[in-house]
Design a protein around this ligand. Structure first.
Ligand code: UT7
Length: 335
């Protein structure tokens, strides 16, 4: 979708945070029947980070990533109008964004959670842009943070090899249309196939003793890896092409392809389908695994800090995952 906006969106800064504790493939092979060779060959993942320790949550990681991003700007937390926390692993089902708002002392900001699994950051940035382009808000903080280690069945080799914990953040500000950096977006949902990847609520077999209500608790993550793989490799290139076509940007103009860091084979297959050189694919999943909503802002922050992404670069960003949800936005970087 091209943006028929009154104002533009400017990126002020990015930040990220990862836990200290490292879990490598050899350690996982002592827990389930797998091997370092199988995991690296099939996914590209070598190790991941886990948020260990008592009472640690997505709020700790999200706050740290946000503080790092804010510290690179000349805004104060009091200047933030809106905080969007993209997460599927809150420490409170009523939302965790307000706890981050309090920790940042961003008392003027309204804060809410956005749940769209691994597409959460893309959906969060697009949501933020709507408020910025209309002029409703001037400064928006978008955080992508997840601690899926808390929801992973560590005896299930189909899933436990994939996920890691992390957080990334971006500070956005409205600006004149000439300085706009968010060129366009394309979002999708396919609820018919929600079953392929879920962290679903499991009811008790019997209802409450006096009320006919079924209570329960949330299960571990379960996934049909093959189906999710096929979905990503078929749908993500289409989303990217639709978005580029709406902007009249050709594939050859793309400097960087930044995809949700799910599996190296998915990332290279998408690049190959689009005839984008693999050297333009940003990838750090070998170090962190799939960090869900955190993976894109974490990789973006690293690429910016390493001066890979430089002034005027066109960056195509796509997220995909549970829901099923997927989507793309296109950035023009300005340093
Ligand atoms: O954010 C989105 C999140 N999810 C994804 O992106 C997941 C997308 N899917 C994938 O990344 C891949 O499907 C996986 C990495 C999950 C699995 O790779 P695959 O190449 O699709 O393997 P597979 O499920 O077809 O399994 C191949 C074989 C099977 O054995 P048989 O039936 O051929 O004898 C599995 O039982 O590998 C076996 N296997 C394993 N072996 C060692 C499955 N998991 C493992 C394991 N270690 N961890």
């Amino acid at each position: 979708m091209t943006l028929l906006s009154m104002q533009g969106v400017k990126i002020l800064a990015t930040g990220s945070a990862i836990p200290h504790s490292v879990l490598n493939n050899h350690q996982i092979s002592n827990m389930v029947e797998t091997s370092d060779d199988w995991i690296t060959t099939r996914t590209g993942i070598e190790e991941r980070r886990l948020l260990t320790g008592e009472n640690k949550s997505v709020v700790d990681l999200g706050t740290l990533a946000a503080l790092k991003a804010i510290s690179k700007t000349n805004i104060s937390p009091l200047d933030i109008d809106l905080i969007i926390l993209a997460t599927s692993s809150p420490n409170d089902l009523f939302g965790s964004a307000s706890q981050i708002q309090a920790r940042l002392n961003a008392s003027k900001a309204v804060a809410f959670d956005l749940t769209a699994a691994c597409s959460g950051f893309v959906f969060g940035v697009v949501t933020a842009s709507q408020f910025l382009q209309t002029g409703s808000y001037k400064v928006v903080l978008v955080i992508g943070a997840d601690v899926l280690s808390k929801w992973t069945n560590w005896s299930d080799r189909n899933t436990c090899i994939l996920f890691g914990d992390g957080a990334g953040a971006i500070v956005l500000q409205n600006c004149s249309l000439e300085k706009n950096q968010l060129l366009g977006f394309q979002l999708n949902t396919d609820g018919l196939h929600w079953n392929h990847l879920k962290l679903s609520y499991k009811e008790e077999s019997k209802p409450h003793s006096s009320l006919n209500i079924y209570q329960g608790s949330f299960n571990y993550i379960s996934m049909n890896g093959k189906e999710v793989y096929k979905f990503a490799v078929s749908q993500v290139p289409l989303s990217i092409m639709k978005c580029l076509q709406s902007l009249d940007i050709s594939v050859s103009e793309i400097n960087w392809l930044l995809l949700h860091q799910a599996n190296e084979r998915i990332l290279t297959a998408v690049a190959d389908k689009l005839s984008i050189s693999r050297s333009k694919v940003i990838m750090n999943l070998n170090k962190y695994g799939n960090t869900s909503a955190a993976s894109i802002p974490l990789a973006l922050d690293e690429a910016v800090c390493e001066h890979k992404i430089v002034n005027n670069d066109i960056v195509v960003v796509s997220g995909f995952g549970a829901g099923l949800t997927w989507g793309t936005f296109v950035l023009q970087w300005r340093s």
